[in-house]
Design a protein around this ligand. Structure first.
Ligand SMILES: Cc1cc2nc3c(=O)[nH]c(=O)nc-3n(C[C@H](O)[C@H](O)[C@H](O)COP(=O)(O)O)c2cc1C
Length: 213
């Protein structure tokens, strides 16, 4: 091992803030997620609504990136993006996806897996027009994930759109909602004996199990 790797290998954190058991997680993992989310907000976790979104492409190659959770509507996890971005094309080919939240300040992780569908145009409109005008123009100007020759071209597009002042939600920009089929709550514990409680949807009912860490 070189010294860089040795330094990395020596980074170690012991987790002792809290614990998690089968009783406190209740019967509905979405409700329990909301409880943990509020606790993460109160603990001032950085970018509390940032989550890793993992998708697979038509060749089954996985891809991951951060997006922001923007709602928990009817038990679904909602985020917004460009439908023609790489992730949009991947979801069009295969709508299985996973979300991952990491709240280090609470030594907690939540994994969510399920199927993704587009939200209604009305909900996408509601969120799009609630954003600052500069973000609305940014969404219009950016063909997300496409290769561009320079930053200048992007900035010129923003300038043109700002001058024209004709702002509307592009059809290829909007929300997605993930309907969960599995949610796992992870609470860090001492000596790597972490608590893991997994919920899996069996028809309409959630089944709960404890997993080895
Ligand atoms: C903190 C953070 C928040 C982000 N939020 C979003 C978001 O809500 N929607 C989005 O499309 N991209 C968001 N991004 C950018 C994505 O990570 C990614 O670069 C972009 O969506 C293109 O991904 P794709 O090429 O895989 O489609 C965010 C990035 C970071 C670091």
């Amino acid at each position: 091992m070189d010294s860089f790797s040795k330094n990395i290998a020596a980074i170690r954190q012991d987790y002792s803030l809290s614990s998690l058991n089968e009783q406190e997680t209740g019967d509905d993992p979405v409700l329990f997620f909301a409880k943990w989310f509020k606790e993460a907000e109160h603990a001032a976790c950085t970018e509390v609504n940032a989550m890793t979104l993992a998708t697979v492409d038509a060749q089954s190659r996985p891809h991951a990136r951060i997006v922001l959770l923007k709602g928990l509507e009817n038990g679904q996890f909602v985020f917004y993006t460009n439908y023609k971005s790489n992730k949009g094309m991947e979801l069009a080919a295969n709508n299985n996806a996973a979300l991952l939240f990491f709240w280090p300040e609470l030594q907690r992780q939540v994994r969510v897996e399920g199927l993704i569908t587009k939200v209604s145009p009305a909900l996408s409109d509601e969120y799009f027009y609630s954003r600052p005008v500069s973000s609305q123009i940014g969404a219009m100007a950016s063909a997300q994930s496409s290769k561009i020759a320079s930053r200048t071209i992007l900035e010129q597009k923003v300038e043109e759109l700002s001058r024209a002042g004709n702002i509307s939600r592009p059809e290829n920009w909007g929300g997605y909602a993930l309907t969960p089929v599995a949610i796992e709550f992870w609470q860090g514990r001492s000596s790597r004996l972490h608590d893991r409680i997994l919920f899996e949807k069996d028809d309409l009912l959630w089944q709960k199990s404890r997993l080895a860490p």
